[in-house]
Design a protein around this ligand. Structure first.
Ligand code: G6P
Ligand code: MG
Length: 218
């Protein structure tokens, strides 16, 4: 029986994936490098330091560990400039009605994000109070595709993975959820999220029951 819904943040609840992309690209460009939107898919769900390592390797740029930390902090400052301007209007379509219905019907709600800025983002768009538990990049030691973030969420809720549905827009996140034994809804395109139990392009108009039925039908 499904008892909880665990949401990734960036690209599932709010469209911050585009802000991460813009900030990382600005950094890459300042270092004389660049990367494509397709490569960017590989950054989704991946921690800040793992991301910088990937971008530098794609661009053939070598930096000292100290410089990596400096550039990662700079990227975060640029990212926060976007984040600090966010309003509740940037919650993705269908998310708020779903959260409200989940609460009404007594389902548990968790956040499972790699971001260290997750709490700030949830407060900016005023949905922090919907979550029974928040697991983010400040609490995990291993980044997706490791299932740790979702396992910690399920543990906090005292539930088994098979009682939870994870919502993910990242290839690494779908992989993480499957590795942990969770049901997973991919948010985006079946082209790269095809391993998920079901893939939707948007949560708009979806009901709790239709989602549960869809993941169990695979
Ligand atoms: C999420 C995003 C990634 C981001 C990571 C760390 O998983 O999808 O693009 O790199 O969080 O975010 P942070 O806010 O801690 O830099
Ligand atoms: Mg995401």
């Amino acid at each position: 029986m499904i008892k909880a819904f665990i949401f990734d943040l960036d690209g599932v609840i709010v469209d911050t994936a585009k802000y991460h992309f813009a900030a990382w690209r600005r950094m890459a460009n300042e270092l004389g490098a660049d990367f494509t939107e397709k490569e960017n898919e590989k950054l989704k769900g991946v921690s800040r330091m793992d991301s910088i390592n990937l971008i530098l390797s794609w661009g053939g740029v070598t930096l000292s560990e100290a410089d990596k930390l400096k550039w990662a902090a700079q990227k975060n400052e640029w990212y926060l400039e976007f984040l600090n301007k966010m309003t509740p209007s940037e919650i993705l379509p269908g998310v708020l009605p779903l959260l409200k219905d989940l609460r009404k019907k007594g389902y548990k709600i968790a956040l499972g994000s790699s971001s260290k800025n997750a709490e700030r983002a949830l407060r900016k768009v005023r949905i922090f109070s919907y979550f029974n538990t928040i697991i983010d990049g400040t609490k995990t030691t291993r980044s997706k595709p490791d299932p740790q973030v979702f396992q910690m969420g399920a543990q906090r809720l005292r539930l088994k993975p098979e009682e939870c549905i994870v919502f993910e827009d990242a290839e690494s996140g779908v992989e993480a959820a499957l590795a942990g034994g969770f049901y997973v809804v991919g948010m985006g395109s079946p082209k790269n999220l095809g391993d998920a139990h079901v893939v939707y392009s948007s949560l708009e108009g979806l009901t709790i029951d239709s989602i549960i039925q869809a993941v169990k039908n695979k």
